[in-house]
Design a protein around this ligand. Structure first.
Ligand code: FAD
Length: 454
């Protein structure tokens, strides 16, 4: 049985070993107002009416007796990568931890990550692989929970994995191996995971109170691990940002990142019928460049190189693409017996995908086959300047850049500097990694930092 999916919120007492229900009663929802008329019918002299009224009154009120107050040492909102890691670390330290998850299972994003094989970390993880308004913030957190730490855990569970490219580690079999591992770790650490929790309200007095549709959870500590806004169909919500605002924390503007670009109508007409064509390119903004694959899509450009640069791109700005890095594309034309389109096609098709080479020459036919004209052709293929019309947005973005301002948090524990006992971890924080396992590494590291501080 999948542990992640059996800890359902209702009926709650099934999971109450450490999460003690203090006393059953009418908490959280208040009395269902539909029950009121039936209450008065209870006084009716007609026995049939009275019996029906009793039944209806019980139906509307008795379920409320399942509403419970649960007391824990720590509440974690969100059973994603960061929330689960935090729960495990805190649970191992003897803390009674409840994870409240909105979805019907935990770790949904882990399951779809890395094409279903979860690129769970990167061997070459460095602070330079992260973007934040404060580029120094993530350093100490990342240093205290490294890729080697996560690999040790993966190896403890005998999960087969491999390095795909550039230090990116993927499961050999399935991302289920990672969620299974985290589920077991949670179980061993006594963590309670409550699924299908619709958070209605969060209050803070002497402790934190989270009210869901059917229950109330209390703890001196609240960890917000609700992730970003990307892929709303997987259940992404803005709860983390709303809570940050509720508690007066600053937020760096959020935007979709690691996301495909849309091309404007002109470029779309020129290139997008080449959907599926992929090339090894260098793509750059003024200060950043990535050498990886680029893919032409039916609406624009995608592939790892494009997703990476999207992290540094601002609307209205151009990007530069070198379609043939380190190659002298026109060398073969210059030395050809006859300089003409046939020689050019042969030279370009030797170095670029055929359809792209043909299209490029159609659109950039030199005015003559002179050395200066060939030099210009060479320059154009290395410096394709494009202004993307936009991005595919949160629907297709792998991550949300921006988020809870790191100036609000301790870099040792991820605790709010303003509100004692309130923590933010994972993607909801303004730390965004490059493509390649860095975002999970941030989730593990920030989750561990908070978990060890609870
Ligand atoms: C398609 C795709 C592929 C990816 N592949 C990779 C990869 O291979 N490697 C990599 O490093 N990164 C990858 N990422 C990014 C990575 O998945 C995230 O950065 C990471 O999951 C963030 O972890 P998190 O715990 O902060 O957030 P999440 O994993 O998003 O978890 C947040 C959890 O909070 C829950 N939640 C949200 N709102 C509420 C609420 N109101 N109440 C209760 N619970 C709530 C969500 O349901 C979710 O379970 C990928 C992302 C996508 C979209």
């Amino acid at each position: 049985m999948n542990y992640f999916s059996f800890s359902r919120q209702v009926p709650v007492p099934r999971f109450g070993q450490t999460g003690k229900a203090l006393r059953p009663g009418i908490y959280g929802n208040g009395l269902d107002s539909r029950a009121v008329p039936f209450f008065f019918l209870l006084l009716s002299p007609c026995p049939l009416r009275r019996d029906n009224a009793i039944l209806t009154f019980l139906r509307l009120t008795v379920p409320l007796t399942h509403s419970l107050i649960h007391k824990f040492d720590a509440l974690i909102l969100g059973a994603g990568a960061a929330g689960l890691m935090c729960a495990v670390e805190a649970g191992k330290r003897g803390r009674r931890v409840a994870v409240l998850e909105r979805a019907d299972r935990a770790g949904k994003k882990i399951l779809i990550s890395g094409g279903g094989r979860c690129n769970f970390t990167n061997l070459y993880c460095q602070p330079e692989h992260f973007v934040s308004a404060n580029p120094h913030f993530a350093k100490s957190t990342l240093a205290r929970y490294t890729p080697a730490d996560f690999i040790t855990l993966v190896e403890k569970y005998h999960i087969p994995y491999h390095e795909k490219t550039l230090g990116q580690l993927f499961c050999d079999q399935s991302a289920h191996d990672i969620t299974g591992m985290l589920a077991t770790e949670c179980r061993l650490a006594g963590v309670k995971i409550f699924l299908n929790c619709k958070v209605r309200e969060v209050q803070h007095t002497t402790e934190f109170m989270v009210r869901t549709e059917g229950a109330e959870y209390r703890a001196p500590v609240l960890v917000v691990a609700t992730g970003g806004l990307s892929i709303p169909r997987l259940g992404a919500t803005a709860l983390g940002y709303d809570l940050a605002r509720q508690f007066g924390l600053k937020i760096q503007q959020t935007r979709p990142a690691l996301v495909p670009f849309l091309l404007g109508p002109g470029d779309r007409t020129r290139y997008c019928d080449l959907t599926g064509v992929s090339a090894d390119v260098i793509v750059a903004t003024d200060h950043h460049r990535f050498r990886e694959k680029m893919l032409i899509t039916h609406r624009g450009l995608s592939g790892p190189a494009i997703l990476q640069i999207s992290l540094y791109w601002n609307k209205g700005k151009s990007i530069r693409i070198d379609l043939a890095p380190d190659r002298d594309v026109t060398a073969a034309i210059r030395t050809a017996k006859v300089r003409n389109m046939t020689a050019a096609l042969s030279a370009f098709q030797g170095l670029l995908p055929n359809r792209l080479a043909t299209r490029w020459l159609e659109l950039h036919t030199p005015s003559a086959w002179t050395n200066p004209a060939l030099a210009k052709l060479e320059q154009q293929v290395h410096e394709w300047n494009l202004v993307p019309a936009g991005t595919e947005g949160f629907e297709k973005a792998e991550v949300t850049a921006g988020g809870v301002d790191t100036g609000e948090l301790s870099d040792k524990t991820m605790e709010s500097r303003k509100v004692r006992g309130l923590f933010f971890i994972g993607e909801v924080v303004d730390v965004t990694g490059h493509l390649g396992g860095f975002n999970f590494q941030w989730a593990w590291a920030s989750g561990a930092a908070a978990g060890r501080a609870l």
